[in-house]
Design a binder for this molecule. Structure first.
Ligand SMILES: [Zn+2]
Length: 421
């Protein structure tokens, strides 16, 4: 594509995705969206809810070389309101973020925040949690709002059913999502935004396959795998990701694949190795609020624990983030839960940790040393050898040998309050 003015707002943007290197299923790619710094994949996208990063400044994210953020359409649409964001010159200007931004359709958040929700062919009817009024969100409106916000990547409005739903509704929702995608493309006029379709189909691999076929025909720049991370077992989760990536490899291998709502280190690594390219999650910033630091050694450090009272080491000796260069565990322990700066400092570290992890994945792909990296990573995360069974299964499926294969059933303990403090 060439650049030039466009009457519908925005320059025509050149968009491309190139795969720099591959190792088995995994890809190290480069997503270019206009003139902004290109995005190396696999990439983790931190989530800025209300146009802010919960205390992390844009300069700090640039210092970490973060290339893309996710912003929630629903939150921005409500406050400050999308017309106002548009008047302010779009979400990049409002946030003072010169790099790439992805906005979601707003639908998922409406559904999850609303007590009352009905859905028909027209769109989603939901009760605003703020005003109590019933509001209709159509595919066209979702696009109108996202065009006003002006992100580089926008998402289609889809019909999301809970991941554990079974029966005919799963296929109906998938088919409706395809029809809504067509309406989104019809409504989408900005030539400087990439619109991503979202593959639905719950845990049913046949429905996922049909959806990949339909969405694959329509996708232009990239494609998403949605409807996961909603309470399904890890075993079901990775099999859906694996299946979708395999199918996409056949029909549209050149598209970056974005698995929505993925942010735990193990999930990021396994999904990347299965061939997924983009991820987002509030996890690193949300968990920071509860005093949890993400670390290589064992995965998590719960800084509220008394054992850190006199621990004068940084969170992670190998981490180069602002927090690790300037503060000790003891200091963070003393302010966690008392001073909001603790949450900011931990968020900085946690985001850097995720970005570094993705960098390690990319390097292992370049060097064709994925199996070595996977073993090293699992040894760090599970020093006692208690590698979850689903991780061992997924690794075996991909043909990787895990040397320390003490398989056990996966018991996820939430690092949120009530645990570990
Ligand atoms: Zn750090």
């Amino acid at each position: 594509m060439t650049s030039g003015g466009d009457e519908n707002g925005g320059e025509v943007m050149s968009m491309s995705y190139t795969i720099a290197s591959k190792a088995q299923r995994a890809r190290h790619g480069l997503l270019r969206l206009g003139q902004k710094p290109p995005i190396p994949t696999p990439v983790f996208m931190p989530v800025g809810t209300q146009g802010t990063m919960k205390g992390v400044l844009p300069e700090q994210l640039i210092d970490m070389d973060c290339r893309i953020l996710l912003c929630n359409t629903y939150h921005l649409g409500h406050r400050p309101g999308y017309e106002l964001v548009k008047k302010a010159g779009g979400v990049h200007k409002m946030m003072n973020w010169p790099r790439c931004i992805l906005t979601d359709s707003g639908g998922f958040q409406m559904v999850s925040l609303s007590k009352l929700m009905t859905l028909d062919e027209q769109g989603v009817n939901f009760e605003s949690p703020h005003t109590g009024e019933m509001t209709l969100l159509t595919p066209e409106m979702s696009i109108e709002i996202q065009e006003a916000l002006g992100a580089d990547i926008v998402m289609q409005l889809d019909h999301v059913v809970h991941v554990l739903t079974t029966g005919p509704i799963v296929e109906e929702a998938m088919e409706r999502s395809v029809r809504w995608l067509d309406r989104c493309f019809e409504a989408h006029k900005r030539k400087d935004q990439a619109l991503f379709p979202i593959i639905q189909g719950g845990l049913n691999l046949e429905i996922r396959e049909k959806c990949v076929e339909e969405m694959g025909k329509r996708a232009k720049v990239g494609i998403a795998i949605g409807g996961l991370s909603g309470g399904e077992s890890k075993d079901e989760f990775w099999r859906v990701v694996a299946k979708c990536c395999e199918l996409l490899d056949k029909v549209r291998p050149e598209l970056p694949r974005y698995v929505m709502g993925v942010g735990f280190a193990v999930d990021l690594v396994i999904c990347s190795l299965l061939g997924a390219d983009m991820f987002d999650c509030v996890y690193p910033t949300r968990t920071a609020r509860f005093g949890t630091a993400l670390v290589r050694d064992g995965g998590l450090l719960q800084l509220t624990r008394n054992q850190f009272k006199k621990d004068f080491r940084p969170i992670d000796e190998e981490c180069e983030c602002y927090t690790c260069k300037n503060h000790t565990r003891a200091y963070l322990h003393s302010i966690t839960g008392k001073e909001s700066v603790a949450c900011h400092l931990l968020s900085i570290h946690n985001i850097k940790h995720q970005l570094d992890l993705m960098e390690r994945v990319r390097q292992s792909i370049d060097a064709d040393r994925v199996e070595h990296f996977l073993n090293e990573f699992l040894k760090e995360q599970f020093p006692d050898g208690d590698i979850p069974k689903w991780v061992a299964d997924a690794s075996e499926f991909m043909g990787y040998t895990i040397t320390k294969a003490a398989k056990s059933d996966y018991k996820w303990t939430s690092p949120l309050p009530g645990n570990g403090s």
